[in-house]
Design a protein around this ligand. Structure first.
Ligand code: GAP
Length: 486
């Protein structure tokens, strides 16, 4: 994780928020390359799930909602974590996670020597287990108290209870309260889904692990409405669609580069299911901190629509033409964190390898996710015509993709820089491209494309570049494209 944090800062992916003021706990800013990567993740998600599917539509609901939304959803009463405080150092911990970090112990069996003991393990000298504060090793912890994770705020200029509202802790509720608006305006028949990408806020007690758990984050959520009276392939429709969405979600992450061996499914036990869920399965990823939740896929039943109907007094039902009756749809909810997805793609892409005796750091991003698609590099920056040609190529390609120009180092160094940020292709312009009249050499009008993963090169005519990159960046294999130019 330290390697990723340091690379992210050094190469403009992610900076600590308000760093010049000492930083804001658990808030992060996406730099020039980070914002490209994040946009690319959101773009492919939207394209694959909203744009390409006939059964899906999109939504962008507001972050501030009517406060009753959060009463109806159960968040005011149930969206809590148990919190304990250290009476000595005053640090706060989530009571249910306190044994998931290494703990400090002053061991009586070794004259009070201080040890840091791995999470959940007893002291190997005295056999004691943790009872005191894991951080300072001295203070007792208070009894757990429930702490609501929603950020409170006030609508309007007067800070009074009547104007109290919350920053949304999930994007989902914006979809539920708009169920009827979407179904009517878009004339939807079940099953259909509504997808949304947006910010969510949770006042986490113990945020941390870089962008894994933060207080402000983004979600990509789908609420997929099904008719609970239907059966599909012999199964109740909600159970059938739940299985489909679990399989789809796993396949999606693999499609954009997460290795199969780093992904697994985890079923929620009955006693950990959220109050609204009939069944939930998490997609877990092997993060640098160990196996942890990347996304959840829940069967929320008809809980949310029924709650909002009850609290608002508005019917949130669907008229089943076949059975001539109103039904409250069930909801399957594939819910992923954008920041967590970004961390997983970053971790999976990171590789160190040895090339001709030197270390090469390379981010093997899927081309659609790579922040920069092509870097144009002049081999001789003293030659005006080489530089001019390189700038012209960048401008042409930049109409379609994020493309950079760089002439601030020797070519070997420039390649390494692009490898380290995951740029799939570099284009070099040299003297042969533009010709050398002093030596009587004519221009060949060709440039060299270098492939990040194989480091192989191919020489191609400048005017074919847009077509070549269209092919390469939309799934074309390097070997097939390169062989056309041999
Ligand atoms: N609407 C359902 C819902 O919000 P969740 O499991 O609480 O379910 C869904 O959140 C996803 O949002 C998680 O799988 C995770 O990827 C992301 N997420 C949740 N809390 C987060 C946090 N504090 N920081 C970053 N991502 C978070």
């Amino acid at each position: 994780m330290d390697t990723l944090v340091s690379l992210s800062k050094r190469r403009g992916f992610i900076f600590q928020s308000s760093e010049i003021y000492g930083g804001t706990g658990s808030c992060w800013d996406y730099g020039p390359l980070g914002v490209e990567l994040k946009q690319n993740i959101k773009r492919v998600w939207w394209r694959d799930y909203i744009q390409q599917r006939p059964d899906m539509v999109g939504l962008d609901a507001s972050i501030l909602m009517h406060p009753t939304v959060w009463k109806a959803s159960g968040h005011v009463d149930n969206f809590t974590d148990p919190m304990v405080d250290c009476l000595e150092c005053r640090r706060r911990f989530r009571a249910d996670k306190v044994d998931e970090t290494p703990w400090v112990h002053y061991c009586a069996a070794t004259k009070g020597n201080k040890f840091t003991i791995p999470a959940g393990e007893p002291c190997s000298h005295c056999g004691e287990r943790r009872t005191l504060c894991p951080d300072c090793g001295k203070g007792s912890l208070t009894a757990p108290r429930q702490f609501n994770l929603m950020f409170k705020t006030f609508m309007g200029p007067v800070e009074e209870d009547a104007s109290l509202t919350y920053l949304r802790p999930e994007t989902a509720q914006g979809i539920f309260v708009n169920f009827d608006n979407v179904a009517q305006s878009m004339r939807r028949k079940l099953p259909f889904g509504v997808g949304q990408i947006g910010k969510a806020f949770r006042n986490e007690i113990t945020p941390g692990n870089f962008i894994f758990r933060t207080r402000e984050f983004e979600q990509m959520e789908i609420e997929y409405f099904v008719n609970p009276r239907d059966t599909v392939e012999g199964k109740p429709a909600d159970e059938y669609w739940h299985e489909r969405w679990i399989a789809d979600s796993l396949a999606w992450f693999q499609r954009y580069g997460l290795r199969e061996e780093n992904l697994r499914l985890r079923e929620h036990e009955k006693d950990e299911l959220a109050h609204y869920a009939k069944r939930t399965a998490d997609v877990e990823y092997r993060f640098p901190i160990g196996w942890s939740e990347l996304m959840g896929i829940a069967n929320r039943t008809d809980f949310d629509l029924k709650q909002h109907a009850q609290f608002s007094g508005k019917a949130l039902t669907y008229f089943d033409e076949e059975r001539k009756e109103h039904v409250v749809p069930y909801v399957i909810e594939p819910s992923a964190g954008v920041d967590r997805a970004l961390l997983a793609f970053l971790a999976d892409a990171y590789q160190e390898e040895e090339v001709r005796g030197e270390k090469r750091v390379v981010l093997r991003f899927h081309p659609e996710l790579a922040p920069v698609k092509v870097a144009v590099l002049p081999l001789l920056k003293k030659r005006d015509d080489v530089v001019r040609t390189a700038h012209a190529i960048r401008a042409t390609l930049a109409k379609h993709w994020t493309v950079v120009y760089d002439d601030t180092a020797a070519i070997g160094r420039l390649y390494r820089r692009q490898d380290e940020v995951g740029t799939p292709y570099c284009v070099t312009v040299d003297v042969q491209t533009v010709g050398d009249s002093d030596k009587g050499e004519s221009a060949d009008g060709k440039v060299t494309i270098r492939d990040r993963d194989s480091m192989e090169q191919a020489r191609v005519p400048i005017d074919t570049l847009p077509a070549v990159f269209l092919d390469l960046l939309s799934g074309g294999k390097w070997s097939a494209v390169a062989s056309r130019f041999r």
